[in-house]
Write a protein that binds this ligand. Structure first.
Ligand code: GUN
Ligand code: FE
Length: 426
């Protein structure tokens, strides 16, 4: 059923500076697209079936622009290291286990179930280097109804043998076969995923670029996350003047190639200009950047530049799939940056991070992340009566409070692209 009306307190962003709130109004889904938000239901929609969520909070689904599915198993553990040591000590060891399909099956069931129960309706997901396990992950996400880009990771240097592609030829062959086998899903699409420059040889990048052009795939990777990493890339790519150039050299940095780069904590001004000019999306992952002591990305500066920014959980450098948590940490980190680093960049506001988590990241998927007319219909219904309060609160106050306090059990219904994924009666 893709024609219906949801009644409740409808909250969404049109721009980064304002919440739009219609109290006990109606948001209409017509053929999977939003047909508008109304205070009084227009006559033409009166025959549509009605989900009555009077007094509940209804928001667009949240978007996770950067998450590693195989790392979900060790979330919350092994955080006392910086990026490269963390990858070598914990991450690569865990990801190597996904050559075992029985393990992958168990682990990806847990990941998919928890993602389904969260407020996230769209995600850009890293798998591992293993094509078979990544295809299995895609099938599970497809069946859940969540819309996602999923990538088989490519890496062929500076990693353990158990995670390195056998050869560039084999990597290309595996990746192409994986693309062809996973192109026809409804909800899930392949995304090219060179892990990051330190683990991808020039020859691998050159060949991935050919696949990118042949299949018109989007690309996701990591950029300027950690100071040691940036120095290492300088040594590995002496012909580049900044990190981003090492992707751009192979036409995998925006323009014709829709691209998400996670982090950009320490981007050089030339890199920032290239990100802006070539429409690269930045996935801001504040919890990850805190846990791995990477730093605080200057998101206010990126917004001032007009750069496209969304939020990411970056499991397992981030501990939780909750994009609400990413919102609050984005605010908190920006406050510390303002106080301790740069007084000229004002902290992010709650309304700005709500925008980043919905319409900001949603733009990577098209018209996604808002209830404006013509947007794909992704909605999440939240009950907050169980988070008790003695006073009278406005809907805006209740929404603000939920951003800080909501847990999965407060999510009582979820709709993606018009389809109802679940309803829990409360
Ligand atoms: N850079 C390369 N791989 C990774 C990863 O798995 N997580 C994070 N946070 N950064 C990376
Ligand atoms: Fe990451």
């Amino acid at each position: 059923m893709k024609n219906y009306v949801i009644k409740g307190n409808v909250c969404y962003s049109k721009s980064k500076d304002e919440f739009c709130i219609v109290e006990n109004g109606y948001v209409v889904c017509e053929n999977g697209y939003c047909a508008g938000v109304y205070r009084k239901l227009p006559e033409c929609y009166e025959t549509f079936p009605n989900y009555d969520y009077t007094d509940k909070i209804i928001i667009p689904g949240l978007v996770d622009l950067h998450v590693h599915a195989p790392q979900y198993s060790f979330r919350g553990m092994g955080m006392d290291l910086e990026l490269i040591e963390w990858l070598n000590t914990h991450t690569f060891v865990e990801e190597a286990k996904y050559s075992d399909m029985e393990y992958a099956n168990r682990a990806y069931d847990i990941f998919t179930e928890d993602l389904l129960n969260s407020a996230t309706t769209r995600a850009c997901i890293f798998g591992t280097v293993h094509p078979q396990a990544t295809s299995l992950l895609m099938k599970k996400i497809e069946d859940s109804g969540i819309r996602a880009y999923v990538g088989k990771v490519n890496m062929d240097r500076n990693s353990p043998d158990s995670l390195c592609e056998q050869s560039v030829e084999q990597a290309v062959c595996d990746t192409e076969q994986w693309i062809v086998e996973n192109r026809e899903f409804e909800n899930v699409k392949p995304i090219l995923t060179p892990r990051f420059i330190p683990t991808c040889s020039d020859k691998l990048m050159e060949n991935l670029s050919v696949l990118q052009k042949k299949y018109h795939l989007p690309v996701q990777s990591h950029l300027s996350e950690n100071l040691g990493e940036i120095q290492w890339v300088k040594e590995l790519c002496p012909d580049t003047s900044f990190y981003g150039e090492a992707y751009d050299k192979y036409d995998m940095f925006g323009n014709e190639c829709p691209t998400i780069m996670a982090h950009c904590v320490h981007s050089h001004i030339d890199e920032i200009n290239l990100i802006k000019n070539q429409n690269v999306f930045i996935a801001h992952c504040p919890e990850s950047n805190t846990n791995l002591s990477s730093g605080i990305a200057p998101i206010r500066a990126y917004l001032n530049h007009g750069i496209k920014v969304g939020l990411g959980s970056d499991i397992a450098a981030g501990s939780t799939l909750s994009i609400f948590k990413a919102m609050t940490m984005a605010v908190q980190c920006s406050k510390l940056r303002w106080r301790l680093v740069d007084k000229s960049l004002a902290p992010l506001t709650v309304s700005e991070v709500f925008y980043l988590a919905t319409k900001g990241g949603g733009e990577f998927f098209g018209k996604v992340g808002s209830f404006e007319k013509g947007y794909e219909f992704d909605a999440v219904v939240i009950e907050d009566a169980s988070i008790k309060y003695p006073q009278t609160l406005s809907v805006k106050e209740r929404l603000e409070r939920l951003i800080y306090l909501a847990e999965d059990r407060n999510i009582i219904a979820k709709f993606v692209n018009g389809k109802n994924l679940f309803e829990k009666i409360k």
